[in-house]
Design a protein around this ligand. Structure first.
Ligand code: IVH
Length: 703
């Protein structure tokens, strides 16, 4: 087997694990679903060409990502599997062929299937004991998921008790389905967010996932979540145990409906493979007229007896397949091509577009990847271009429209990649044989900002309140050059800057201080080492326990760690041997940043992860609602400031609300409600005072 094949497989596995984590744990995918699918397809092909590459823990053999740790972990009594994909009709037919090979008596012309829309939401397992909902869990990695019962209990479609007419029921009945957000509700919610000057949600699936991951169920309750049941998982004991599940998938859907669950009105029992294909075409056509987003059609052999004969692989049943729709496309005007500088100095060209609505959200910018891609696509400012949003995540410019209305009579000249960095003005460099162009100036302000913002980000050191804008401000003011400088920041320096009060400055310093005790795995992510994401970092940190041990390890020792491999090992070794990196690490260490992984050999006993900042609990038991933008705070920061002082900060005003903080661009509904209920309002400029004292500033009811 060629060495490149092994290296590429390692690389693909690392990439896939990284994207799994972004999608399933952080709800923050970075690449379109279709691109992700291609990585999996490539890895699967390599593993089948070179069987010695196959391994049971390869992402081709597993499902999703392990739980995030935010909620209690629950083990599924029956694993929640994934589905294999078919990207075109030939692949659907090939699946038919596999069915017949596995069960030769099966006749593709007469066998019934259940064809169901593949609604784009979050898979959910609901456990009912003696008819009562006792647990709701996410899929997680298929073996264990997260217990989100209080959140799911707020979803009206999910019955708290099974309907009497559908009984008798088994003592334990696990129902599976999808939590989703209808497109119209999603858009209305985003309109409310926009009107209130608040952050917009990316797409219905992400909004649903985010809503389920709330620590406060009252926030989940305000989100327009719905549920469709499509399967029965575990069944045990009681009078109904023999009747559940019914003998076929289509009967199970009817059974679930009688039990009180909503079931997709667009699921059909169809007979024969030709009818399956016809139904897939029909749904692809109807895709945009449906009230909810679907990314494909799930086709299941109807009879459960056949499921047993067909069986499953480690990650997916053989009796079902997901027919995936091709990505969505729209046309719009390309206004300009610009270049952004990332934390590694990579210069990425991107298109500024006239905003266009595609795949459930409005797109104004789209990546163009690199110089060659711009040349290959030959897109130029002023062009009418096709924009694709595969998986409804990252939009991409496909290419210019060549003729027809809206196409410019004379095109602008070919776009040229800039020769100087737009941030620092130093020359941009493209090495022979490489596709990427870099700003190699270590002191480039754009890189610096990106590196520090990455260090502080949620997946890394998780420094609350230190987003890109704040970093830009700190770097601009000459206060920080690299992550180690953060630990030198003093409240007195910050209060001299715009948009900082004593309290917000104190909060930031406290949050930075708290990050000192983050575990080594987060520090490794924070350093921004190429290929080292949360999964790889955890594997390394657990294996070595301390940063010293990681530094002392040889590349071969690093590569030998389960879940690491050659690509990550080489990148780590290279990073840790560069003098400038060693310098920053030394300064971080001297600033008191923890370099050990708690709970591993070689670390101090009782080591803990992040410790909560010791802030006075001035708002203990008080509910403070925020509307509009409070100066100096993002939405999340304002809420976090309230919560970290013992308060609650739900998204709407009720009679229990202590105060409504009114920032810039407040939402009409919250202020109106506060007026009606006689809830005191506090001007945003008094927010810091409110945090500090826990009392209403000035006279009661002051605006
Ligand atoms: S059946 C073992 N039916 O698709 C079969 N899944 O990639 C498991 N999905 O995790 C799923 N609509 O989140 C099934 N009608 C449907 C579905 C559906 C959406 C999702 C579900 C699952 C994923 C598989």
């Amino acid at each position: 087997m060629p060495a490149e094949a092994r290296a590429r497989a390692e690389e693909l596995r690392a990439l896939i694990l990284h994207h799994n984590e972004l999608y399933h744990v952080l709800d923050a995918p970075e690449i379109p679903d279709a691109e992700y699918d291609l990585l999996v397809v490539e890895l699967r092909r390599l593993e089948s060409d070179f069987p010695e590459l196959a391994s049971p823990d390869s992402p081709t053999q597993t499902v999703g990502a392990a739980p995030s740790g935010l909620f209690r972990e629950v083990r599924h009594r029956v694993p929640m599997m994934s589905l294999d994909n078919a990207f075109d009709e030939d692949e659907l037919r090939a699946w038919g062929g596999r069915l017949v090979r596995a069960v030769p008596t099966l006749d593709l012309e007469t066998v019934p299937f259940s064809s169901e829309p593949k609604v784009d939401g979050v898979a959910m397992s609901l456990t009912y004991e003696r008819g009562r909902l006792v647990q709701a869990a996410t899929r997680g990695d298929g073996v264990s998921g997260e217990d989100v019962t209080p959140n799911v209990a707020t979803v009206k479609d999910v019955p708290g008790e099974l309907a009497r007419r559908g009984g008798p029921y088994p003592d334990v009945l696990e129902v599976r389905g999808e939590i989703y957000m209808p497109v119209a509700d999603f858009e209305a919610m985003n309109k409310r967010q926009a009107d209130a000057g608040e952050r917009l949600f990316v797409n219905p699936r992400n909004s649903a996932a985010g809503a389920l991951r709330q620590k406060d169920p009252s926030i989940t309750a305000q989100r327009p979540l719905h549920f469709w049941a499509y399967a029965v998982g575990f069944v045990d004991g009681g009078p109904g145990a023999s009747a559940w599940p019914a003998a076929s998938q289509s009967e199970i859907l009817a059974q679930l409906e009688r039990a009180g669950f909503p079931v997709s009105p667009d699921a059909r029992r169809v007979v024969g493979m030709a009818a399956v294909i016809a139904r897939c075409r029909e749904l692809a056509e109807a895709r945009h007229s449906l009230a909810y987003e679907i990314d494909g059609v799930v086709n299941k052999v109807d009879e459960l007896a056949l499921h047993d004969s067909l069986g499953a692989t480690s990650r997916a049943p053989r009796w079902a397949i997901a027919f995936k729709f091709p990505p969505e496309e729209r046309t719009t005007r390309l206004v300009d091509i610009m270049v952004s500088i990332g934390r590694t100095g990579r210069a990425t060209p991107f298109a500024r577009l006239e905003p266009v609505f595609v795949g459930g959200s409005t797109v104004g910018v789209a990546t163009l990847h690199n110089e060659d891609q711009v040349a290959i696509k030959d897109v130029r400012p002023g062009d009418l271009v096709i924009v694709r949003k595969a998986g409804d995540v990252i939009p991409e410019v496909v290419g210019p429209v060549k003729e027809g209305p809206g196409v410019p009579a004379r095109r602008k000249p070919k776009w040229k990649f800039p020769t100087a960095c737009p941030s620092c003005g130093q020359p941009l460099v493209r090495l022979p044989g490489e596709s990427d162009t870099y700003c190699t100036n270590i002191d480039c302000p754009a890189q610096r900002v990106q590196r520090i913002a990455h260090y502080a980000s949620r997946a890394a050191m998780d420094i609350e309140g230190l987003g890109e804008e704040r970093v830009l401000q700190l770097v601009g003011a000459g206060l920080v050059d690299d992550p180690a400088d953060l630990y030198e920041l003093a409240v007195e320096q910050l209060v001299r800057l715009e948009r900082f009060g004593t309290v917000s400055a104190g909060n930031l310093v406290a949050a930075i201080d708290a990050s000192r005790s983050q575990p080594l795995s987060r520090l490794l992510v924070a350093l921004g080492i190429r290929h080292v994401g949360p999964t790889g970092a955890r594997a390394v940190a657990r294996a070595f326990g301390t940063l010293d041990a990681v530094v002392a390890a040889s590349q071969a020792e690093l590569a030998a760690v389960d879940g690491v491999g050659e690509v990550i090992a080489a990148s780590l070794a290279e990073f840790l041997s560069a003098d400038s990196n060693v310098g920053v690490i030394e300064r971080l260490r001297r600033s008191g940043v923890n370099t050990e992984e708690p709970g591993t050999a070689g670390t101090m006993a009782g080591g803990e992860g992040a410790v909560a900042t010791a802030l006075a609990k001035t708002l203990e038991g008080k509910t403070v609602v925020v509307t509009g933008t409070v100066p100096g705070y993002t939405r999340e920061e304002a809420e976090e400031a309230i919560v970290s002082r013992g308060g609650k900060s739900p998204g709407s005003v009720s009679k229990r609300t202590f105060a409504l903080v009114v920032g810039d661009g407040p939402g009409a509904s919250k202020t109106k409600k506060a007026d009606e209920l006689g809830i005191p309002t506090v001007d945003g400029s008094f927010f810091d005072a409110l945090l500090e004292t826990g009392e209403l500033p000035g006279s009661p009811g002051q605006r």
